[in-house]
Write a protein that binds this ligand. Structure first.
Ligand code: NAP
Length: 304
């Protein structure tokens, strides 16, 4: 009987994944988190779900749980705004520790949730993207059977990224970094989780990387405009803010003031580097049933 070891199970994607999986297919499902959320933990009374408190940087707390029958789903990551070195210690070194423990335990399958940002051509100011790219490289050379998923921006009520876009779209006059033409391909959380579920259910571990986005790509200005129009009933007034000076200013301020800045230079990457996917067999299989942008907005904006 198989076992599952999920890192980042208490995060935005992890919570959704855990709710949608057929847990009976596994003898035991371990969920690693630094702080298991109590109400969330209690909603999983399934006898075979076990929360393990620990961090990726402390393999001694979780490595003994890995066996040859374990499939690992690696979602844990430093996301949002944090010090650059934290991205590398959690996302790159943490992934390397997990891979090393899997090798020792002879665990067979490794599902790594990376990010579309890993393929951005310019990662100089975006340590998160670079840390994910380095983690992907570690997965590929690990010798463990893997699947890497690179999600685009994931839309769901609790998604921090979505909340950021929503704050921007709510403004009566929108100060939009860049020319607004950069393309994004948002995916609804349930659709991403369906892709992850099918990889696990069908044991798709053939050392492949799949970029996964929703069925439609859209210019970021049109997306923000659609959100604004849904909330106010009219098109927004948009002022384009040149990116170069913004990036330089953020570069200067970030070292001391990162925690109070609304955005980092890295996070602005989405305004000048396309976050769209190369179609692939996983995407083609799921795209027909995925939610299109108006449907996603209906789901997340209902009570706004
Ligand atoms: N959301 C998106 O739009 C999006 C898009 C592309 C890719 N991704 C990727 O998808 C994955 C999940 O994203 P998410 O949105 O669910 O992120 P999230 O809500 O920020 O959750 C991150 C998870 O990682 C755990 N974690 C962080 N540092 C850890 C550490 N040192 N040791 C152990 N666990 C740690 C957190 O646990 P604690 O709460 O206990 O700290 C939490 O469960 C990430 O790898 C992210 O890069 C997300």
């Amino acid at each position: 009987m198989r076992s599952l070891f999920i890192t980042g199970a208490t995060g935005f994607i992890g919570r959704s994944l855990l709710s949608s999986l057929d847990l009976r297919a596994y003898e035991i499902v371990y969920c690693l988190a630094r702080r298991p959320l109590q109400p969330f933990k209690h909603s999983f009374r399934s006898e075979n779900v076990q929360f393990v408190t620990g961090s990726l940087e402390q393999p001694e707390t979780w490595a003994p749980l890995l066996t040859p029958a374990t499939t690992v789903v690696h979602l844990a990551a430093a996301t949002g705004k944090t010090a650059p070195e934290r991205y590398f210690s959690v996302n790159t070194k943490g992934t390397e520790s997990l891979l090393s423990a899997c090798r020792k335990a002879n665990s067979k399958n490794f599902l790594y949730v990376s990010s579309i940002a890993a393929k951005f051509p310019d990662k100089r100011r975006y340590p998160y993207a670079r840390s994910k790219e380095l983690a992907e490289e570690a997965v590929k050379r690990s010798g463990i059977r893997y699947t890497i998923i690179r999600p685009t921006v994931v839309i769901g009520r609790d998604a921090p990224l979505w909340q950021g876009l929503l704050r921007l779209a709510r403004q009566p006059i929108i100060l939009l970094p860049g020319d607004g033409r950069t393309r994004i391909q948002p995916i609804y959380i349930d659709d991403l989780v369906a892709c992850l579920g099918s990889i696990l259910d069908e044991n798709i571990f053939a050392d492949e990387t799949f970029e996964v986005g929703g069925p439609e790509a859209i210019a970021i200005e049109d997306f923000i405009g659609a959100v604004h129009a849904r909330m106010s009933g009219k098109r927004p007034k948009v002022i384009h803010v040149p990116l170069k000076p913004m990036l330089s200013l953020l570069g200067l301020l970030e070292p001391g003031l990162r925690h109070v800045l609304p955005v980092t230079a890295g996070q602005l990457s989405a305004f000048y580097q396309d976050g769209t996917i190369e179609p692939n067999r996983l995407f083609r299989r799921h795209s027909a049933t995925m939610k299109r942008i108006p449907e996603m907005l209906n789901l997340v904006l209902n009570d706004e």
